[in-house]
Design a protein around this ligand. Structure first.
Ligand SMILES: [Zn+2]
Length: 278
């Protein structure tokens, strides 16, 4: 029933997502076919009236996740990070979204992952541009930030314990899932299990659930879901490499965003630096 609630609102027929597995062979992954018991757990709606910490980057996925937590009746506590990512523009987007969504509080925490590096988002590596869909979906990209979701979820877990929140929402999804190891379903499950052992609340019997309502949705399905939930995507930001506050249109994130709007049949509100060249 919970699954029907999630998928039934998507405005497209279920789109199969073709990804190129690391072996090079193409796999056909349907959104529903890949739904296992764990997914039903992670996608189950939270009880109304619960407090939820929601990881909010200001992009499409985290914004739609925030809207999902709101739909689930949660009191919203948005959590964003300034971790040395290349551009602060995404944090400004997070502030706009948090305000528009009426969160109880928006907490921003700063730390510097550029000291560690190892990613195109926090180091000197160039952000890839103009890659085709097969390249984007193959392997772990240089925009992977080492252990980022573990770092983010750990902050969320600490705040959740202080707030007495029993829900943590994170916007990982099928597209990230194909390449980023910390967007996989077993990872989410493992973190939830760890949280029970890691906190005072956990050992005293208060379970924190990690909710990943977008886990098996494509970008188009996410955009459809958010649109139905009233999300204003003009407030959001996706580009890894903007120019003068405008999206580049060519990085992986821009391309996935553009394709998502096209496939959803919804107008893309993004302001691009060179729209004529898209
Ligand atoms: Zn871009």
């Amino acid at each position: 029933m919970a699954l029907e609630l999630v998928f039934g609102k998507v405005c497209l027929p279920q789109r199969a997502l073709i990804v190129r597995a690391r072996s090079g062979a193409e796999e056909l992954i349907s959104s529903k076919a890949s739904a296992g018991p764990l997914m039903q757990e992670t996608q189950k709606e939270a009880p109304a009236g619960k407090r939820a910490v929601v990881l909010l980057s200001g992009g499409i996925d985290s914004t739609t996740t925030l809207a999902s937590a709101k739909r689930d009746g949660c009191e919203l506590y948005a959590l964003s990070f300034a971790y040395g990512q290349r551009h602060a523009v995404e944090l400004q987007a997070a502030e706009r979204v948090a305000h528009a969504m009426g969160v109880a509080r928006h907490l921003k925490i700063s730390f510097d992952l550029t000291e560690i590096g190892g990613s195109a988002l926090t180091g000197s590596l160039a952000v890839p541009k103009g890659r085709n869909a097969a390249d984007i979906s193959y392997g772990i990209p240089v925009t992977y930030v080492p252990a980022r979701n573990t770092i983010f979820l750990s902050f969320a877990l600490a705040w959740a314990e202080v707030l007495g929140a029993t829900e943590i929402y994170i916007g990982v999804n099928a597209l990230d899932y194909s390449g980023y190891p910390d967007c996989r379903e077993p990872y989410i499950h493992a973190f939830e299990k760890m949280a029970k052992q890691a906190t005072k609340a956990g050992v005293e019997g208060v379970e924190v659930r990690i909710r990943a309502p977008l886990l098996h949705l494509t970008k188009a399905e996410i955009i459809c879901l958010g649109t139905e939930l009233g999300v204003d995507y003009s407030l959001t930001w996706s580009c890894y490499d903007p120019t003068n506050g405008l999206a580049c249109g060519a990085c992986d994130s821009c391309q996935l965003r553009r394709q998502g709007f096209q496939q959803a049949g919804i107008a893309d509100p993004t302001r691009y630096a060179n729209p004529a060249n898209l």
